[in-house]
Design a protein around this ligand. Structure first.
Ligand SMILES: Cc1cc2nc3c(=O)[nH]c(=O)nc-3n(C[C@H](O)[C@H](O)[C@H](O)COP(=O)(O)OP(=O)(O)OC[C@H]3O[C@@H](n4cnc5c(N)ncnc54)[C@H](O)[C@@H]3O)c2cc1C
Length: 423
């Protein structure tokens, strides 16, 4: 194929895009302004649907081997268990969620991508983008300061929340802060409430502590404290996000005690504040430019869907590119925005509601939640369709007709799932 496809950003979304593109026979250039892969755990959960996608790449078994199975979740309000669900009914070869640090996921994706002949060009930054009739003109700045101009057929912006591709294309990013700030740590903890193979979510009067076991030693803790919101928001608005206040183990210890969780915090591998915004790109396509992953949607970690959604975005996009390269009408590519835009919207709605429910501070509403939550346990939801409706994953082959717009797999609109806060 004449001009390569340019993938901007080599996070999980970009590397998956490169894998899909190579599998479809495209020449690919994938660039990243950073000189390294993710170093921390960040997005921690891989959902069943993503594992099915990895199975197509022949990397599911190794991914599962490097992670830790998560069999379910328990939800406590003021120390009382109000909800317990397991994942063993998920209609998938992978009836569980997988806990695996993003750094490991990225290493696995990178190895797969390189085995298919695509290698990230590091310390290369996209600095300009101009749409032309059948291509795009892009300027890349290399580490030595030199500029290169290229004309890829398509550009996929997988360059994260502050996407240059999105900004250079003039695509608005709509939404805003949710007025909640989290702090997050991979910690060594002990005590009777330390989780085993299930997530535990403890809430009390608007405060929330989420815990999930990463390994024999480390546990992911995510904390939201109600009365810290104003201060944290102020910090964020002051741009202190670039130099966030140093967290201490005592911050976590005080938080768990306040929520009544019986654990002692002993040490940390990584601690960071985490500012939550619910935002979505107004368009996922602008001519020959496409957005995917965090470049097109960011939201709270409720549901463990951020990274999964990005990975599934590009599966939807690339088979359509392949079909168009083989002669299908260019209009097929519009269905990417229609389908994945819908998924993104529903995802934001879902995570926003989940977070609101978990952080209720009005005693009457808390009591209603605690009474009614057990009546509709998430085990009744098809968790396999995480971050997606089925057609929108792109796992439908081009030949199968799809009822959403031009892509025709029977559409199941229910978004999902998740309910795996903080992952
Ligand atoms: C501190 C932290 C904690 C998190 N915790 C969680 C969590 O608990 N659960 C969860 O689900 N998610 C979490 N996330 C979010 C999760 O990491 C993202 O959803 C995921 O990384 C999105 O992948 P992506 O590939 O779309 O974007 P990213 O991983 O952001 O990758 C974008 C890449 O683009 C590159 N780039 C940017 N601009 C340019 C440019 N102009 N030219 C070239 N390259 C460029 C960047 O260097 C980067 O490598 C966390 C994120 C952070 C930062």
């Amino acid at each position: 194929m004449a001009n390569p496809v340019l993938v901007v950003g080599a996070g999980p979304t970009g590397m998956t895009a490169a894998i899909e593109l190579r599998r479809a026979g495209f020449d690919v250039r994938i660039i990243d302004k950073s000189d390294h892969l993710a170093e921390h755990s960040q997005a921690l959960v891989i959902q069943a649907r993503t594992l099915e996608q990895f199975q197509r790449y022949g990397m599911a078994a190794e991914t599962v081997a490097q992670g830790r199975r998560l069999d379910g979740a328990k939800f406590y309000s003021d120390g009382k268990e109000i909800l317990h669900f397991t994942l063993d009914k998920v209609a998938s070869r992978y009836p569980f969620a997988l806990f695996i640090p993003q750094s490991k996921t990225e290493t696995l994706l990178n190895a797969k991508m390189e085995s298919l002949g695509a290698k990230t060009e590091r310390e290369v930054e996209l600095t300009a983008l101009v749409q032309e009739t059948d291509a795009v003109s892009a300027a890349l700045r290399h580490a030595d300061g030199s500029l290169e101009e290229i004309r890829p057929r398509w550009v996929i912006g997988c360059d994260g929340a502050h996407s240059a591709v999105r900004e250079l294309s003039g695509i608005p990013f709509e939404g805003g802060g949710v007025g909640l700030s989290f702090f997050l740590g991979d910690l060594e903890v002990e005590g009777p409430d330390v989780p085993k193979n299930e997530l535990t979510i403890h809430v009390r009067h608007g405060d929330l502590v989420f815990m999930g076991r990463l390994s024999d030693r480390w546990v992911r803790l995510i904390v939201v404290l109600h009365d810290r919101q104003d201060q944290d928001k102020q910090d964020h608005d002051n741009q202190n996000a670039e130099q966030p206040r140093e967290l201490t183990l005592q911050d976590f210890q005080s938080a768990v005690e306040r929520v009544g969780v019986r654990v002692t915090v002993l040490g940390s591998a990584w601690m960071t504040p985490f500012h939550v915004r619910d935002m979505q790109a107004k368009h996922y396509r602008m001519g020959s430019v496409f957005l995917a992953g965090d470049a097109s949607h960011i939201h709270s970690p409720v549901g463990g869907q951020g990274m999964n959604t990005g990975i599934q975005d590009v599966a939807n996009l690339v088979w359509k590119m392949a079909a168009v390269a083989r002669g299908a009408g260019d209009g097929l590519l519009n269905s990417y925005e229609e389908e994945r835009g819908e998924v993104g919207k529903a995802l934001l709605r879902f995570t926003e509601r989940g977070l609101k429910m978990a952080t209720l501070s009005n005693p009457i509403l808390e009591s209603l939640r605690d009474t009614f939550a057990p009546l509709k346990p998430p085990s009744t939801i098809d968790l396999r369709r995480s971050s997606t409706n089925s057609a929108a994953t792109g796992n439908c082959a081009p030949a199968t007709a799809c009822r959403i717009s031009r892509c025709k797999e029977p559409t199941r609109r229910s978004l999902s799932t998740g309910l795996l806060p903080g992952t």
